[in-house]
Ligand binder design. Sequence first.
Ligand SMILES: Cc1cc2nc3c(=O)[nH]c(=O)nc-3n(C[C@H](O)[C@H](O)[C@H](O)COP(=O)(O)OP(=O)(O)OC[C@H]3O[C@@H](n4cnc5c(N)ncnc54)[C@H](O)[C@@H]3O)c2cc1C
Length: 488
Amino acid sequence: MAKPKLKTKKANRPAIVWFRRDLRLSDHSPLLAAIKTGHPVIPIYINDTISPEIVRYGAASKWWLHQSLTMLEKSLQQKGSQLILRQGPAVDVLHDLIKQTDATGIYFHHSVLNGEQQIENDLARLCKKLEIDCKRFKGELLFNPADIKTVSGTPYKVFTPFWRACLTSEQPSVPKAAPEHIPAPDAWPESENLNEWQLCPLKPDWASQFKEYWTPGERGALLAAEIFINKAMDDYQTNRDYPHIDGTSRLSPHLQFGEISIKTLWHKSFAADKESPGAATYRKELGWREFSYHLLHHWPNIVDEPFQEKFRAFNWQGSKLHLKAWQQGQTGYPLIDAAMRQLWQTGWMHNRLRMIVGSFLVKNLQLHWHEGRDWFFETLLDADLANNTAGWQWVAGTGADAAPYFRIFNPVTQSEKFDKKGGFIRNYLPELANLPDKYIHDPSNAPTDVLEKAGVILGQTYPKAIVDLKQTREQALKAYAELKDKTN
Ligand SMILES: Cc1cc2nc3c(=O)[nH]c(=O)nc-3n(C[C@H](O)[C@H](O)[C@H](O)COP(=O)(O)OP(=O)(O)OC[C@H]3O[C@@H](n4cnc5c(N)ncnc54)[C@H](O)[C@@H]3O)c2cc1C
């Protein structure tokens, strides 16, 4: 039902700022532009679970969204403003708000995701009909997909030349400061109650522990960025591979919700006294985020379809029991299990571990990469359509610039290399805490007396390995060879 029209003096018609995956006040061009018009500003966030084109949130991300909106609301109040919350199809909700407030225009960050662009186009058509402004601003990425093309004008499919092209194109502009004050309208339209959106799980409240690890919101994001840049960035290129070291920024959920802009991180990485190899490697990782978004922009069907056509015919045949064991961290391979429990406990997983658990799922358990994609999407706080899609396609060997299918990570040797002393494993698998370093990577192959002494009973206190690595590796390679024969 349409909301009653609010009393607003003609001169005080408001400008609407539509917050999307940009839940911050600094480096927010639409907000600054709306303020610059001299009109009062109405900030709105829409929980659109209806329009099929809008990217959905997984269960863990919904928890973050709740916290992030709470923080944004507080920040807006400190600037003299409010956050209007509404549910429904975005275009209908905005239409309703325009009519109710007699708004002069809508200001928002543009999305490079095709489905969301359709919504923007519908909105632009509506604004044109109503003869009000519809202003879209870039800000989701560092580089514009339309500008990064090969000499023949096609999008890049391989990361290295893509990144080279980015680095030689126009560099990201300097981020803008948050406004001092946001002018309020004569009357505020009503807002829904965030708690009624039921974004946080209640029974059981499996997300309660996330608070121990994360501080959602813009302030938390800026603090995490400062800590990373001052303490970890210089050694990023060496430490980033070791899951027991705080060697990476852990900014991914903040970035996913736009609590800090990508441009801010980019420019902050240059701000250190001297350029370190860590800073360049860090920017390159931001480049992988760019690459994932550019790929999804140009090939929207890769969310479901393998980038490499030939994999459509691949026979994934893994068992549901194995999938469950993988999800619950009960595979009998400690590094895999510790990683999956890190995901469940903290809502985040280290990048190297994402690659290892992904390879194990797809190659050793022969499960479809969609199964991994979906589990990650539900459980990751940083679940990001572009990065998650590209990550899984990479791991499965089906993607644009993918690990070749025959590259199969061995979780035991990876564990010996990247968690040599088992510190990470012991943290998440206390049942293995007393195993000596030599056996912690593969308890199924430990001598009986060693297991006994460490209080480990395979099959009872910790599972036996659910598959044989050598055998499943050979099966995966055989399946791939058959596919190659079929498609050649
Ligand atoms: C199977 C798989 C699934 C993944 N799913 C997601 C996802 O849903 N959301 C997500 O943000 N990342 C995803 N990644 C990429 C990467 O693992 C995470 O971005 C990274 O672990 C986040 O931790 P961080 O912020 O400490 O990263 P840092 O090492 O500090 O890197 C800085 C930023 O660069 C970007 N980045 C780093 N590595 C990658 C990468 N390989 N691909 C794309 N962007 C990258 C992220 O935005 C990250 O925050 C996935 C990777 C794999 C292999």
